[in-house]
Design a protein around this ligand. Sequence first.
Ligand SMILES: [Zn+2]
Length: 432
Amino acid sequence: MESNRTVFANATIATAAGVRPGAVAVCGGVIDAVGNVEPRDGDRVVDCRGLCIMPGLVDVHVHLREPGYEYKETIAAGTAAAARGGYTTVCSMPNLRPVPDCPESLGVQLDAIRRTAVVRVVPYASITRGQKGAGELVDFESLAESVVGFSDDGKGVQEESLMREAMLRAKAVDRPIAAHCEVDELLRGGYIHDGGYCREHGHRGICSESEWAQVVRDVRLAAETGCRYHVCHVSTRESVEAVRRGKADGVRVTCETGPHYLLLCDDDLQEEGRFKMNPPLRSADDRSALIEGIADGTIEVVATDHAPHSAGRSRAVWNSVPWASSVSNAPSRCFIPIWCAAGQSRSNGSWPSCPRIRAASSGSAGGSFQVRRPTSRFSTSTPNTKSTPNASSPRAAPPLSPAGASAASACLRWSAARWHTAGCRSAMSNCQ
Ligand SMILES: [Zn+2]
């Protein structure tokens, strides 16, 4: 007798409850059973010995380059990379052409997502018109329903009064501000961290204050306005401390860091543009502070900041290479293998465990985000009918397509060898 059920047997299952051996049965694109599942007559059985099954990850910070920069990456390619890495939902930043700063331009992006995405994509709208970090604010009300939040990622909002007004408007529509914190006047032409490597090699550095000064300002504004406030790609010890203090004071603040800031520091810099990113790789002490921040819950989210550039530009020299060029463009599809490899290369117990990161990377991000769960395929919970996307609505994000389901199942095929790759650097280079 033929059934339409597939049993992924002999797997290691990682959930919030822990890691255990077992099986997962999928029927009609929906998880039917988890744990001790005995295959029935007609079931298709996939032997997952040596493989791990876990809930779909959520990446709250990616740059899909469509519309406008398809020569760098399309939504189809970016979301396929996400699916390959175990992500079932990604939140895309608004540095696009056109910038999603009004319903019409956001509609262009949503249309492309609906046509080609293979995982759920929930966009951010920009905070300012043209995503300039200055000037005129967008119409928050007309955009809120279709976006996860508002961000000018790539640019800090320089004026305190403008950020205060943005927070008030974001609060009125119950959406978070996700801030790229950077004080322009402190950059002074720098392109790597203003630390030991920078001084030894005669480069121009970016001081830590250029980030944390704006984090401190914004945490104060979030306290004043009551806005949900999320700090993107935290990289300095002082920023972690500012968020920690804000949380202790009851401010609705959350933050993320990127895998590259946890795995590398300025001791690892080499004279090539692959190591240039914004914010830059900081000191070993900053890196330790980030790991401590994850361990004590100050940092809720590890987000990849997936941000590809066109071939050839990634390996150029320092002063001509674009920001976020290479080290940070791989992890959407290889974050988990890198993370596990890094954990295995550290034996002192200081490395946050994969379940800890899984918990941090899926779900609600400490209350800042309301990322709606997938409504059908590979969903283990009843959809929230109030927020369930409607496939015919121009505002709806797409359910996982058959191609997406196929791509998602591909993430089951991580080989044992990948899990046991020794050292994060070799894993990182394998993924590029
Ligand atoms: Zn970014």
